[in-house]
Design a protein around this ligand. Structure first.
Ligand SMILES: [Zn+2]
Length: 236
């Protein structure tokens, strides 16, 4: 779809025919609002303009080489752009009747610091009851702060700035489910799938933009190195 709805959502969407509910705006407001969802190219323009998306020749911390570098925190540092992106994403979430019927009694939960500005933007737009995030305990484990209680049947939307492998999102989903919460959906600004991306179905995944860039394993495999293009080493 034009505004990058999730590739693997199984729900009918957007559900204009559902009409108004107690917590969602009336039909015409939803329809009008959809025009304010930035499309794929508009999102990429915001990312370029803010320096979050760069083209060139980069060597990543993993040793891989690439011709595109995407660093979402560079976009989220600007309040206006961050708001445009998170409000756009909130409109996609509102279009899901399963989410709309629970609003505003939902928690927005992020697996990492990169997702916190997105979580607050969504939290404000959806009038969510809570916004919180997990901490990384070690390489394979996320945990919530002590006294951060997840309630039985708490309705959660798991949020991050970008979905690549989905490992952290799936870890957070599992952590929430293990505490008795319900996860309604995953939402990210950018969906950048690769061969390692985990299958998150049956949860719907909402994203504003989808991108796919090329990565080369090392210098020998990189055509830019072969052409002698100077590379920038990426630290974080
Ligand atoms: Zn290279």
């Amino acid at each position: 779809m034009a505004y990058g709805l999730a590739a693997f959502s199984s729900r009918p969407q957007p559900a204009y025919s559902q009409g108004p509910t107690a917590h969602s705006p009336p039909f015409h407001a939803i329809y009008k609002g959809m025009e304010l969802i930035p499309n794929n190219e508009e999102v990429l323009n915001i990312l370029r303009k803010t320096g979050a998306l760069k083209e060139g020749h980069f060597v990543l911390p993993s040793g891989r080489h690439t011709d595109h570098l995407l660093q979402m925190p560079l976009a989220m540092r600007y309040y206006r752009e961050a708001k445009t992106l998170s409000v756009g994403l909130s409109r996609l979430l509102r279009s899901d009747p399963e989410i709309a019927r629970h609003l505003p009694n939902v928690s927005i939960v992020s697996p990492a610091t990169g997702g916190i500005p997105v979580a607050y933007g969504l939290g404000e737009a959806l009038r969510a009851s809570q916004i919180y995030w997990a901490e990384r305990v070690d390489k394979t484990r996320l945990e919530f702060r002590q006294f951060m209680e997840v309630h039985e049947n708490e309705q959660c939307i798991v949020v991050d700035d970008i979905l690549r492998t989905g490992h952290m999102l799936s870890q957070l989903r599992d952590l929430l489910l293990s505490r008795g919460a319900k996860v309604l959906a995953l939402a990210v600004i950018v969906y950048q799938p690769n061969v390692e991306t985990v299958d998150l179905s049956p949860l719907p995944v909402y994203s504003l933009a989808r991108v796919q860039y090329t990565y080369w394993e090392n210098e020998e495999a990189c055509p830019l190195c072969k052409k002698g293009v100077a590379a920038v080493s990426v630290k974080v």
